[in-house]
Design a protein around this ligand. Sequence first.
Ligand code: 5GP
Length: 186
Amino acid sequence: MTAPLVVVSGPSGVGKSTVVQEVLKQAPDVWLSVSATTRAARPGEVHGEHYFFLSQEEFDALVAAGELLEWATFAGNSYGTPRGPVDERRDQGVPVVLEIELFGARQVREADPGARLVFLAPPSWEVLEGRLRGRGTESEQAVAARLEAALVEMAAQGEFHEVVVNTDVETAAQTLVGFLHDNTPR
Ligand code: 5GP
């Protein structure tokens, strides 16, 4: 039996990364997939740890070879989940968590109906906008693109198996750990 696959999605700025890092702290047995992206590394991001930072040509080659479980374009860059490492971990009984955007989550739902799709929602739109602007690492144009994407993502909550409101990081993470440790067949 393969271990659970939990997909965490939700608008940029909702705190997906913070919650997922807290999940790894609470449940060290869980493995977080490392995505490929064509986006430039932010200060402090490490190749192979936060992302595999690839050229568009390298990314397209992975797509063509069928090596991505899912992939999508987000705010002008390509992002995708390498398939092999996810399958390997799950076959070894290791629960896997993906932190990806909406279009990728939909592809995982099609590819693996057993995957559990979780939408991480902000307590309110105002909180989300504040977080996105407050991050300060992005140009005004990039913030606008992320806000627009966030509107689309917020409208898709109903497509997910679970909606978890990120009012409190520890509580939201606990709920996710519960899903990752739930081995009942789906
Ligand atoms: P960021 O550039 O802020 O790291 O990520 C932008 C968006 O891309 C976030 O919503 C993040 O969850 C999503 N993302 C990261 N990796 C992947 C991936 O492998 N596939 C998809 N579809 N989205 C991803």
